[in-house]
Design a protein around this ligand. Structure first.
Ligand SMILES: Cc1ncc(C[n+]2csc(CCOP(=O)(O)OP(=O)(O)O)c2C)c(N)n1
Ligand code: SF4
Length: 291
């Protein structure tokens, strides 16, 4: 995708009130995404945002483009379907860590394996923000909340390690306190052909008093130029780091077929259904062959 001066930086602004708490990390993610879209020259007519339920899932409401806001955890199948129906669109699924890995966990795994050409932005604040701070699947052991009063006793879900284990085509981690670098990672993810996950560390200033902006500053670092994201074993080791969390593109692999390309509907004819002329004769002949 080329830079396109015709896209205005304000094109994606939606003039409505934003319901997030002042200081929430969600603001920076939306800002980074708008900048990435503008710099990639993606026009709003060609963009579809898909989300589930939660604070992060409100993000598409704040971007002036088409969107589908579905049920909790259901962003990925809807996004896959949008892309399969019209492969010419840029499709971004954006939701929280609870929505994607908790309620949507059963969709996350097959989506990584299907490899549709969509970008998946996950606002990872380690809590269920909208419902007032219960632990999410990425909350660490010992994390206390008004519900988990004795602290979480479960092993946290590691979306980076799981997606690398499934040989995902693009796996990255970003930090919402750094708009510039998050924007650059987003540009690479959107330009990547195939499923691209960005797990974005996002401070929830109201309900997560542990993983603050200061905490992320002290517990993250960017992978250097010497790091090769095509090295799956190195990527897995990076995904297990917990003392300091690596940021950047952790794993890429261009070997997996893209869902839309492998879809039987497009095997002989690349045109999406809505562009094809209907031929009732085919259906008639098919029905006739069955009697
Ligand atoms: C099936 C279902 N279960 C539970 C809920 C209640 N609910 C609404 S939002 C939410 C938590 C959202 O958390 P997360 O996805 O982490 O996003 P955040 O609000 O932190 O951005 C829950 C549990 C629901 N709407 N639907
Ligand atoms: S509750 Fe947390 S995630 Fe939700 S808007 Fe407020 S700071 Fe952001």
């Amino acid at each position: 995708m080329k830079e396109n001066a015709a896209v205005s930086p304000y094109e994606f602004d939606e003039p409505i009130d934003i319901a997030w708490c002042p200081g929430c990390g969600n603001f920076a993610i939306t800002k980074a995404l708008k900048l990435a879209l503008v710099e990639l020259g993606i026009r709003r007519e060609n963009l579809v945002m898909v989300s589930g339920i939660g604070q992060a899932a409100k993000s598409p409401h704040y971007i002036n483009a088409s969107f589908f806001n579905g049920l909790h955890g259901r962003s990925l199948p809807a996004a896959t379907a949008v892309k399969a129906s019209n492969p010419g669109l840029t499709v971004i699924a954006e939701s929280g860590d609870g929505c994607t890995y908790g309620e949507g966990g059963g969709h996350f795994l097959p989506t990584v394996r299907r490899n549709p050409d969509i970008t998946n932005l996950v606002h990872d604040n380690r809590v269920y923000g909208l419902t007032k701070g219960q632990a999410s699947p990425t909350a660490p052991r010992g994390f206390r909340t008004p519900v988990q009063v004795a602290g979480v006793y479960l092993e946290p879900f590691n979306p980076i390690a799981v997606s690398i284990a499934l040989n995902a085509s693009f796996v990255a981690r970003a930090y919402s306190g750094d708009v510039e670098k998050t924007k650059e990672i987003m540009k690479k993810a959107i330009s990547h052909r195939g499923y691209a996950l960005i797990d974005i560390l996002q401070p929830c200033v109201s309900f997560n008093k542990v993983n603050t902006y200061q905490w992320y500053k002290e517990h993250t670092y960017y992978l250097g130029d010497e790091y090769d994201p095509r090295d799956r074993e190195a990527a897995l080791w990076a995904s297990f780091e917990t003392e300091k969390l690596p940021l950047g593109i952790i794993y890429t692999n261009n070997d997996n077929p893209v869902f839309e390309d492998a879809f039987p509907l497009y095997k002989e004819n690349k045109k999406p259904l809505y562009e094809r002329t209907r031929d009732p004769g085919i259906l008639r002949a098919f029905l006739k062959s069955k009697v």
